[in-house]
Design a protein around this ligand. Structure first.
Ligand SMILES: Cc1cc2nc3c(=O)[nH]c(=O)nc-3n(C[C@H](O)[C@H](O)[C@H](O)COP(=O)(O)OP(=O)(O)OC[C@H]3O[C@@H](n4cnc5c(N)ncnc54)[C@H](O)[C@@H]3O)c2cc1C
Length: 473
């Protein structure tokens, strides 16, 4: 790890002068929340200073000062990450983009929007709708920034039909570690123009540059939609149903998996038991929530009929149409609150966000449950069944923190090894941060991990951008 310098009072004054009044914070003035993200189990690390930036030029001025003084800079969006990505583990400066929250312009001929990185996902989604457009990526946490979504290549519930955040990024303005400003990509539909630094920047977690403006692709908003809940006796038959939906060419917008335990937690948390725990006196072991979109009701009716046929053949207990707008809203907000429901009744939490080939989901879930039982850790899981991305939560209210961490490490070590055996990857959408670095290294192997390190060096020779993250170990 390079030797970094501290932010002296003299450097603090330079940084304060680079931004307007009331946007630079030093020592005790810093918001204590900047020491962690939404997974505080990975440790709390206070920065020496923090700054709320408002423009590309300000970011450039700040990076020049930090680069000249060898001060680490950790970019922070809304701090909703789950791998310690925005946490300043080497101290230094936290550069927060939350005030860069302007949607700058729509291009209605090319169906794009230009915006700043601090715009919240929910604000972009709502604003696009007022133009008859949809921003397809739909990660669960709607108060994340779009800049954070790009930097983690966030996925979400509609990825099975529309893809992930990366698929909607056309162009980025990026400030490099030494303060230079570069433009990556253009507002075009395709390109074969050299190495795609644009795509390298997406998912780079603030380790290669600071994103200060972007052009994103939008699509016309689908006219109508319908959601159906398909309950099964057990996890295996539920998951084996997923590829059948795809093979039937039904092109679902989302296929979300939930097991019985998470449904119980969610009902207790929301006070609205929208997902049934028994159907015709049979206990539900697991369900999928499927959504279709289309241009008219007839098209959706056809899809639902077909879904009913394949569900029956696959042994489903029923197919429950989530009919009214109120029920649809309740079902999707219950699904979106799964993690919050876990957090509400759990003192100690750790998580993994593996992605495996869809047909390997049951094998992985059976394995992880057994690991949880062996090690005295409660496992909660749900996920994006359509793309094999599973969110596994290790939970305890009883254990001491050190004991919890020791047991969870045993589970994680074994689970990531199993994931590799099943040809899976370490993270489907939450990224690496500092929490999952060791597992990334094991998963990709020394050659690929070293190549990542070489790329980091080209962009950031002094390792001042978000040190100790992704491949910097
Ligand atoms: C309840 C809950 C549900 C969630 N559901 C999902 C989900 O369904 N799918 C999913 O993918 N994630 C999900 N997440 C995780 C989280 O919301 C995402 O990782 C999100 O993309 C983080 O955005 P943020 O603005 O909070 O970024 P932060 O947490 O502030 O930062 C995340 C990373 O991005 C970097 N970064 C942020 N902004 C910039 C920028 N402008 N330039 C360069 N680097 C930057 C940071 O340095 C850090 O490495 C969920 C989280 C919670 C708490």
């Amino acid at each position: 790890m390079p030797n970094y310098n501290k932010i002296t009072p003299a450097v603090a004054e330079q940084l304060r002068a680079a931004v307007g009044v009331g946007r630079f914070f030093y020592g005790d003035e810093i918001d204590p929340n900047y020491a962690h993200d939404e997974m505080p189990i990975y440790g709390k690390f206070m920065p020496e200073a923090a700054v709320d930036v408002e423009s590309t030029e300000e970011v450039s001025a700040i990076m020049k000062i930090c680069s000249q003084n060898k001060i680490p800079v950790t970019c922070r969006g809304a701090g909703t990450g789950l791998v310690g990505g925005c946490v300043p583990i080497q101290g230094g400066l936290v550069l927060c983009t939350r005030r860069m929250d302007k949607i700058l312009e729509y291009d209605m001929d090319n169906l794009t929007v230009r915006l700043q990185p601090g715009v919240l996902l929910k604000d972009l989604a709502a604003d696009a709708l007022t133009h008859g457009l949809m921003y397809p990526p739909d990660p669960g946490e709607k108060t994340a920034t779009v800049g954070g979504n790009i930097s983690t290549n966030a996925g979400g519930m509609r990825a099975v039909k529309y893809g992930v955040t990366r698929d909607y990024v056309l162009a980025l303005t990026v400030v490099l570690a030494d303060g230079r400003i570069v433009e990556l990509g253009k507002s075009v539909c395709k390109t074969s123009s050299g190495y795609s630094l644009l795509h390298l920047m997406v998912g780079s977690e603030g380790t290669l540059g600071i994103i200060t403006e972007m052009i994103m692709k939008l699509i016309p908003n689908p006219v109508c939609d319908v959601s159906c809940l398909v309950p099964f006796r057990d996890v295996e038959s539920c998951i084996h149903f997923v590829p059948k939906i795809k093979m039937a060419n039904l092109d679902p917008q989302s296929i979300e998996f939930m097991d019985a335990d998470i449904v119980t937690s969610s009902a207790a948390f929301t006070g609205n038991p929208i997902f049934p725990e028994t159907v015709s006196n049979t206990e539900v072991g697991a369900s999928v929530l499927v959504t279709f979109v289309g241009s008219d009701a007839e098209e959706l009716d056809q899809k639902m009929i077909k879904l009913g046929e394949i569900a029956e053949a696959a042994g489903a207990l029923d197919v429950l149409v989530v009919a009214t707008t109120a029920n649809k809203k309740a079902a999707w907000s219950a699904r979106s609150s799964f993690l919050t429901a876990i957090e509400a009744d759990t003192r100690l939490i750790d998580e993994m966000d593996v992605v495996v080939p869809v047909d390997k989901i049951p094998a992985f879930l059976i394995y992880i449950r057994a690991l949880g039982e062996e090690n005295g850790i409660r496992i909660r899981n749900f996920g994006h069944a359509g793309d094999g991305n599973l969110h596994i939560y290790c939970c305890s209210n009883e254990l001491e923190e050190d004991d919890f961490k020791r047991r969870v490490k045993i589970i994680m070590d074994a689970a990531y090894t199993k994931c590799a055996e099943l040809e899976g990857q370490v993270s489907g959408e939450h990224s690496i941060g500092h929490a999952k670095m060791i597992y990334l290294r094991e998963s990709v192997g020394e050659d690929v991990f070293a190549l990542m390190g070489e790329i980091k060096k080209v962009f950031d020779p002094d390792f001042i951008l978000n040190p100790g993250k992704v491949c910097d170990m």
